[in-house]
Write a protein that binds this ligand. Sequence first.
Ligand code: AHR
Length: 491
Amino acid sequence: MHHLIIHPDVKKSRIEKEVYGNFSEHLGRCIYGGVYVGENSDIPNVNGMRTDVVEALREMKLPVLRWPGGCFADEYHWKDGIGPKETRKKMINTHWGGVVEDNSFGTHEFFELCRQIGCEPYVNGNVGSGSVREMNEWIEYMTFDGLSPLAGMRAENGSEKPWKLKYFAVGNENWGCGGSMRPEYYADQFRRYATYCRNYGDNKLFKIACGPSDDDQNWTDVLMREAGKYMNGLSMHYYTVPHDWQNKGSATEFNEEDWYITLYKALKIGEIIRHHKNIMDRWDPEGKVALVVDEWGTWYDVEPGTNPGFLYQQNTMRDALVAGLSLNIFNENSDRVKMANIAQLANVLQSVVLTEGEKMVKTPTYYVFRMFSAHQGATLLGSVMDQETIGTEYPVPDVTESASLAEDGSVTVSLNNLSVTEEKTVEIALAGKAITAAEGEILTGPMNAHNTFDAPDTVKPAAMEGLEVPDGKLVVKLPAASVCVLKLTVG
Ligand code: AHR
């Protein structure tokens, strides 16, 4: 049996709600078909946004959504996506399948989507193929309240009032698809572009610089040294690819060895975050610059028969575990990690929802996000637990945990059982205090279990039965391959 001791008086950092964010790109069927179907669609919608998807995201308490990319962001020209839809300029989406993008989903539609979901918008600007002027004008268009040519254009297009925009990224992956830049060059470009990202009225931008890929510590070092004082956040991208980029592996057809390889690689994100944090601590000891993990998640081979450029993949219990262990890691690093955005929202990579025509399914990853939402805005608590190492060539801890204190005084505990074969038992105690009541949800199933359009409820959480707290302690049994979130009432 494992022993988890939570210290309710050891209050650490605030877990910002934005850590539970999502990412949406003009890629495959993420935007078109995934969230946006247009006003004239037979699929139930409000102003073109799918009602089923919006409702699911509200229920999941999605706090922030990043858009329009990704690699797409650095070839996106925002003026092509405003005005009457019939006259919007079409473009080729060169990164993702070479399909024609008709720009019918643009700035106004994105803010409308965020309004319906009730989440913060996070807009990613174009450095790679854009200009300082284009970025500066986009910000004026979105946020200026008063008489200006751009604000006038926005009003003509139907939005008299400006939107509130906090999160703005100055380029994406500028070391790669966003311009193949060296860190020294990008650092200077960031300083230049960021200068013209103006704060209009009381709208204050939180400017996010393009950060490292994976463990590229040199990028972080140069960016922090040369541009740290001009930014509010530095992004970081890390994808869990079970094998290699040529043969990533199937999303659903995998064995136990693949299970452990995937979880082992997913856990690497903790190590990588620590490396970047150490560098950031050196240049920014006061912790003013946030680490923004604005792309993360699993990346497998596409589903057989689908467009390779669309990155459509299924989602199993293995993805639920990747989500659960990653979110626990973000909680543990919430002193620096102030936002994270899983890739991507719908029909692309590790999605929370999948759609096909009028049908929609919630994935196992969706349920993990919904269950973990109790951590949003809570305070991370000190906790210790003994762990066993399992897996042979790819060792992983058998159980991972995270605990936080909610505003109402209750304690949220999230636990993941990474063992694919064995049930685990955990005794939970609060140092110096008693647990007086407990409730919780558990998500579990065979490792390959997933939801399909014909069987949408194969994997879904269940309420935990028989949670008793004799002597102020709680003993929980975690089935093999499971994610559990508990709410503890403190005596
Ligand atoms: O999420 C898919 C792609 O992965 C994004 O467009 C890019 O930023 C990253 O390489």
